[in-house]
Each structure stands twice: as structure tokens, then as C-alpha cells.
Design a protein around this ligand. Structure first.
Ligand code: SF4
Length: 208
């Protein structure tokens, strides 16, 4: 496993941020098990979890305002470092970034032991939550969260809560799901009143 301090990396018109390697899941399709980077980036395994100061310094090497979106993503779950993420987002907004997206597994409430959607207010413009499956059984099989059966309902609750605090909320699945699983995901998204984005499977990227 190659390590580096790749905190920010370009993906098309966007700038992606890698602020943590911690994650409560062990997804069967996780890019971390297949590669040391994503989209041709330098290694995304971090030598250490970057401080806010290190993140700001890394961002100062980029003209952050020119990107279509700045995306919290990377080789871990960004909400593991909720406060660092919030401070980083404030820094980005102050530097003229128009759209900040959070790509998340939606388990922030379980990570922090409290409801966390309100923490995203004024911090991110878009939250994209990995639904990954349409049924609890398939979800657990694929994501293998350390929280076990609590994870699927908690992820849905977080997604619903986000609607009150984040301008744009979406759920995502990849297009390689079985048709029945995809149909179940569509029904679930409809019940939650949240748009479902069906992504093309891309093994050069993480879940997002
Ligand atoms: S795909 Fe994302 S949520 Fe799943 S294990 Fe990897 S980093 Fe964690």
C-alpha cells in the first residue's frame, strides 16, 4: 500500500478532497481494495489524517473557485471528520467556491451518536448518499457496516433529515444492480421523496 498526502485531486471539472481514511464500512466494491488511488490520482492512502492547517495549505495550491464543484469524497468517509469538514467548507466558501458536494455513506449519525444533518446547513450545497441497494439484506451484504442492522434505517433517516438543511439531496446506486434490486431502490427513493441517481459502474472510482 502506497501512502502520500494527497488531500486534493482533480476529477474532470471538479476538485475532490481526501480528508480521512476512516470509514465504518467495508464495501465489497470499494476502490481501496483494488487500487491506491482513483481517477489517476496519486495514492489516496494518507500518511496521517491531515490537520485543518494542512488541508488549507493543500487547497492554497489550487484556484478552487474555478471548479464546477468541490467534492468531499476520497479514500474514506468524510463525515468521520465532521468538524474538519465544516471548517474546510467555510474556507472554500470564503475563497469563492460556489458548489460544495458531500459524497457520503450516510452513516454520520451512527458515527457521532447523534443526529447530524443540521451540521451540514450552510456547509454543503449537495449531499449524495450511497444507497447501494434497494433492500436491507442486499445493502448489508454489499456495504458490511460495522454498525450492522442499525445502518440501513439510519442511512435513510439521515437522508430524509438532510432535506431540511441541504439544497440538493440525492441517493445513488450503480447500474450493475439486479433489475429487482434497482426497482426496489427506485421505490425506496420515491418513498423517501429523494431523487435517485443511477451511476454508471466505474471501477476507477469509489462508490461515488
Ligand atoms: S466504498 Fe466508501 S463507504 Fe464503502 S468502504 Fe469504501 S470508502 Fe467506505
Amino acid at each position: 500500500m502506497q501512502k502520500a498526502m494527497t488531500i486534493a485531486y482533480e476529477v474532470g471539472e471538479n476538485l475532490y478532497l481526501n480528508i480521512t481514511n476512516h470509514c465504518p464500512c467495508a464495501c465489497t466494491f470499494c476502490i481501496r481494495t483494488m487500487s491506491d488511488g482513483a481517477y489517476g490520482s496519486d495514492p489516496l492512502w494518507l500518511e496521517h489524517e491531515p490537520s485543518l492547517e494542512e488541508i488549507r495549505t493543500a487547497l492554497d495550491a489550487f484556484d478552487v473557485a474555478k471548479y464546477k464543484e468541490v467534492v468531499f469524497c476520497g479514500f474514506g468517509e468524510p463525515t468521520e471528520r465532521l468538524e474538519v469538514m465544516r471548517e474546510t467548507a467555510r474556507y472554500l466558501k470564503a475563497r469563492g467556491v460556489k458548489c460544495i458536494r458531500l459524497n457520503t455513506n450516510g452513516l454520520s449519525d451512527l458515527i457521532h451518536g447523534r443526529s447530524t444533518a443540521a451540521d451540514l446547513e450552510g456547509v454543503v450545497d449537495v449531499v449524495s448518499i450511497s444507497l447501494n441497494a434497494g433492500t436491507e439484506e442486499a445493502y448489508l451484504d454489499v456495504t458490511r457496516p460495522k454498525f450492522g442492522a442499525e445502518a440501513f434505517p439510519a442511512m435513510q433517516r439521515f437522508a430524509e433529515d438532510c432535506k431540511a438543511y441541504v439544497p440538493q439531496v440525492m441517493l445513488t446506486v450503480v447500474d450493475v444492480l439486479e433489475p429487482s434490486e434497482l426497482a426496489a431502490a427506485k421505490r425506496l427513493a420515491e418513498q423517501l421523496g429523494i431523487r435517485l441517481r443511477i451511476r454508471k459502474f466505474d471501477n476507477a472510482a469509489t462508490r461515488r
